[in-house]
Design a protein around this ligand. Structure first.
Ligand SMILES: [Zn+2]
Length: 212
């Protein structure tokens, strides 16, 4: 458990250093077992965060199991996804600039680069609900049943992974796609890959476990 808490802390610091979230915004969690997760606390600047600050929360009751701080205000969004998806072991929530710009515009990120295939065949935009609410938790979990990244309207990004490293990679990859789509628009518009082209890449990823 100490190792998982340490990793959650390290990934949260990496997220802050990469400017994927401003101040104390954003949050990071990892599954400990079928019943519990380790999640970042609310309101602690990431440069001061240490593994002892990470909170352990019950996935089903959402109660704190151990830890001396209050868990992230977005805990319901994390626990709801873990409760519905046993294949997910890490979650990163960011407010990264370009991806959030698309979320603010209510526009989805398209298949502008084959790397999208690691996240799923599309990136849904979850309708706006106030942060930290049950309504947001339910809407986000609903949108993430078959894909691993969603935009949250007027809010940010929710990125899932088979482990926390993969969730972090997806948080970076969706920001990269958002930047690409934005830049390509200025060059006359991106040429979007077809569903069959994406399906072929997905098959390749599954076969080799590498992202090319
Ligand atoms: Zn947020």
């Amino acid at each position: 458990m100490a190792d998982v808490r340490k990793l959650v802390c390290q990934v949260a610091q990496r997220m802050a250093n990469a400017a994927l979230a401003l101040g104390t915004a954003g949050n990071v969690s990892a599954r400990l077992d079928d019943k519990t997760i380790a999640i970042t606390p609310t309101g602690v600047p990431y440069d001061r965060l240490c593994e002892d600050d990470i909170v352990v929360v019950d996935i089903h009751t959402r109660r704190v199991v151990s830890g001396h701080l209050k868990p992230s205000s977005e805990t319901p969004m994390h626990t709801e996804v873990y409760a519905r998806r046993s294949d997910i072991h890490g979650i990163v929530h960011t407010h990264s600039l370009y991806a959030t710009a698309f979320a603010v515009a209510g526009q989805s990120i398209e298949a502008v680069h084959y790397v999208i295939a690691t996240m799923g065949d599309h990136i849904p935009v979850v309708p706006y609900f106030t942060y930290g609410t049950e309504a947001l938790a339910q809407a986000a979990a609903e949108a993430l049943q078959t894909v691993k990244v969603a935009l949250l309207a007027n809010h940010g990004v929710l990125a899932l992974g088979k482990d926390l490293e993969e969730a972090y990679y997806h948080a970076e990859a969706v920001e990269y796609l958002a930047q690409l789509q934005y830049l390509a628009k200025g060059l006359g518009g991106p040429q979007v890959l077809t569903p069959s082209q994406i399906a072929e890449v997905m098959e390749k990823f599954q076969g080799y476990g590498q992202r090319g």
